[in-house]
Design a binder for this molecule. Sequence first.
Ligand SMILES: NC(=O)c1ccc[n+]([C@@H]2O[C@H](COP(=O)([O-])OP(=O)(O)OC[C@H]3O[C@@H](n4cnc5c(N)ncnc54)[C@H](O)[C@@H]3O)[C@@H](O)[C@H]2O)c1
Ligand SMILES: O=P(O)(O)OC[C@H](O)CO
Length: 339
Amino acid sequence: MEKVTVLGAGSWGTALAMVLSNNNNDCLLWSHREDQAQEINDHHTNKKYLPNTSLPINLKATSHFEQAIQHASIIVIAVPTKAIREVCHDMKPFLMEKKLFVHVSKGIEPDSLKRISEMLEEELPANFVDAIVVLSGPSHAEEVVLQHPTTVTVASEKMEAAVKMQDLFMNNYFRVYTNDDVVGVEIGAALKNVIALAAGIVDGLGYGDNAKAALITRGLAEITRLGISLGADASTFSGLTGMGDLIVTCTSVHSRNWRAGNMLGKGATLQTVLDEMGMVVEGVRTTKAAYQLAKKQQVDMPITEALHSVLFEGTHPKEAVDILMHRTKKHELDDYKSF
Ligand SMILES: NC(=O)c1ccc[n+]([C@@H]2O[C@H](COP(=O)([O-])OP(=O)(O)OC[C@H]3O[C@@H](n4cnc5c(N)ncnc54)[C@H](O)[C@@H]3O)[C@@H](O)[C@H]2O)c1
Ligand SMILES: O=P(O)(O)OC[C@H](O)CO
């Protein structure tokens, strides 16, 4: 039994805290909202994020940040990308010993163009960091809490830490693989949300399965190109955190990114969509970051560019699809020659 703290009591933090509690760990879930921590402790529910779910009795919650940090030497960070720096910054005064940090967020920071593990490295004092691990893969919280079979990957530059987290999370419904390609895992995790937004848009426009298959396949090609330019291993993108997560996010009604795209495709404005979702839609901010990163790396990312023009430049989704369809004709494998 390990002591573990999960920071962030949204859908994913709560689902992972359930996995850890089911595995008989002493898991403390931190929420920045006192009423939510109280609901979890008193009623074993988290109705806003996981309606109809009974949480394990051995799962405890707190809104006391210092208590949460001091509870464990394993800290799972499950807040949206936008909140990563703030949470790490707030942690600093309470770090008294080396800890193992696992992050499960899927995004890239606009402007700095940093991946999550790079943000953690910048924000957390190195003398208190035992290791940084990323956990990612095709995994909707809604299915994990039903204990439906799910597979994910843990990646770290320190393989023994990845193996330790594999053992901590793994059980009969949650299968965990290891990988040492942190860049590939984080780039796949973040960029699949961009493609999922686009997949939702084409569904919203009523274009159907051919268009979606095209987006997933050509989306994977541009994600792979970007990843390789940043030093990732090409084969990571055909794994769980690449193709696997693209499939689940582009095809599931559980996906907030797909749902947001779907509303956009049906004519809603971005602001209306974000107001109605009430949960994080990582792909919006990551589209901005991916667009900037593609320019910086001089990598051709036409789908990302098209989505950027829809989200931030007022292009109508139908027009963006037309632009993609009228790109210069080419050999299908041209892109792969530079891999
Ligand atoms: N939901 C899933 O199925 C799933 C699966 C895999 C990965 N993820 C990733 O996990 C991350 C979190 O997603 P989620 O689904 O749990 O989001 P969510 O919207 O369901 O919950 C986010 C939680 O973070 C809290 N939060 C927001 N800003 C905060 C701040 N500044 N300080 C502290 N807490 C703050 C919110 O109150 C909420 O409890 C995202 O990067 C997402 O891509 C989600
Ligand atoms: O609901 P989404 O779109 O944030 O996707 C959730 C997970 O990342 C799927 O693996």
